[in-house]
Design a protein around this ligand. Structure first.
Ligand SMILES: [Zn+2]
Length: 277
C-alpha cells in the first residue's frame, strides 16, 4: 500500500507538471472508485488554474481557487504524468488533462484494486480540515508540532500496544506498518509495550526515529526518480535498508539475534526482543 513517503514523493513528482497549469479536460472512465466520482467534476475543473499541491496524511491535495481536488491512491494505485495520447492500460480510471510548456499532459490515476478516491471539496463546503476523511487525522510527523511531548501527552490513557497506537493514525499520521516496525526498532521500544507506560524520554527517541525514517524514505524515493514517470505505487522505498520489517528469523543487524514476527491486530509486527525492551 502506498504510505506517506510514497504519497509525498508522488506529490513532489507531479507538482511541477500541475502547479499554475490550466485544466483542459477531465476524463472519468467509471462511476467511481472507493466512492463515486463527483459527477460534475468536468464542469468544476475545466478552464480552472491549479494553484498548488499539498498533502494531508495519505491524501494528495490539488488546490484550486474554488476548492480542492482530494486524491487517494488506495491499496495499489499510482499517479503518472504522461504525454496526451499515451495509450490506456487496464485500470486507468481518471485523467486530468493540463496544458503546459511540454504541450498537453495527462495526470493519470491507475488503481487496480479500486480502493482509491477522487473527491471534490469546494470552498462552500467549509474547512477542508473538517472534511469527514481528514478531521480525525493526527498531526503530520514531518511538521512542527510533532515531538516526544505530543506522543507522551496523547498516550497517557492509552493501554493498547504502542505499535497499534501508532498505526491508528489519530495521534500521528503516516506511520504505517513498515514505518512503525522500523521506528520502534530504532527507538529500542518493544512493539507490545502499552503506550501509556512509555516515558517521556523514550517518546523523544521514538518521535525522532519516526521523523528520520520517514524523511529518509522520502529522500530515497526521490532519488529513484529520473523522471516522475518512474514512480510506482509500491510500498517501502528503503526496503534494502530495513532493520526488522519482513526479516523474520534473519539475524538482527544490530545484535545478531533472530528477528521475531508476531501478529498485532491482524498485521505482522517484526522486532528484535534483545534490542527492543
Ligand atoms: Zn537486535
Amino acid at each position: 500500500m502506498p504510505e506517506l513517503p510514497e504519497v509525498e514523493v508522488t506529490r513532489r513528482g507531479v507538482a511541477p507538471h500541475l502547479e499554475q497549469r490550466i485544466v483542459e479536460d477531465v476524463v472519468l472512465r467509471r462511476e467511481g472508485l472507493r466512492w463515486p466520482f463527483p459527477p460534475n467534476l468536468r464542469e468544476l475543473l475545466v478552464g480552472r488554474q491549479i494553484l498548488s499541491t499539498g498533502r494531508r496524511g495519505k491524501y494528495l491535495l490539488i488546490h484550486f481557487e474554488h476548492g480542492v481536488l482530494v486524491v487517494h491512491l488506495g491499496m495499489s494505485g499510482h499517479l503518472r504524468v504522461l504525454p496526451e495520447g499515451t495509450p490506456l492500460k487496464t485500470h486507468d480510471h481518471f485523467d486530468l488533462v493540463v496544458n503546459g510548456p511540454e504541450g498537453r499532459q495527462v495526470l493519470r490515476l491507475h488503481d487496480p484494486r479500486r480502493f482509491g478516491a477522487v473527491l471534490w471539496h469546494g470552498h462552500d463546503d467549509g474547512e477542508l480540515a473538517q472534511h469527514a476523511l481528514l478531521r480525525g487525522l493526527g498531526v503530520e510527523p514531518l511538521e512542527d508540532g510533532f515531538d516526544g511531548a505530543l506522543l507522551y501527552e496523547a498516550t497517557r490513557n492509552r493501554n493498547a500496544p504502542i505499535k497499534q497506537v501508532l498505526l491508528s493514525g489519530d495521534i500521528v499520521v503516516g506511520v504505517g506498518n513498515i514505518y512503525a516496525c522500523e521506528s520502534l526498532f530504532r527507538a529500542g521500544i518493544n512493539p507490545k509495550t502499552p503506550a501509556g507506560r512509555i516515558g517521556r524520554a523514550r517518546y523523544d527517541k521514538l518521535a525522532e526515529a519516526i521523523r528520520v525514517i520517514l524523511a529518509d524514505a522520502i529522500v530515497l524515493g526521490g532519488s529513484t526518480l529520473r523522471d516522475f514517470i518512474a514512480v510506482n505505487g509500491q510500498s517501502g522505498y528503503f526496503q534494502d535498508t530495513y532493520f526488522v520489517y519482513d526479516r523474520a528469523g534473519v539475524p538482527c543487524r544490530n545484535c545478531g539475534a533472530p528477528v521475531r514476527q508476531i501478529k498485532q491486530g491482524q498485521r505482522s509486527t517484526f522486532y528484535c526482543a534483545t534490542c527492543q525492551k
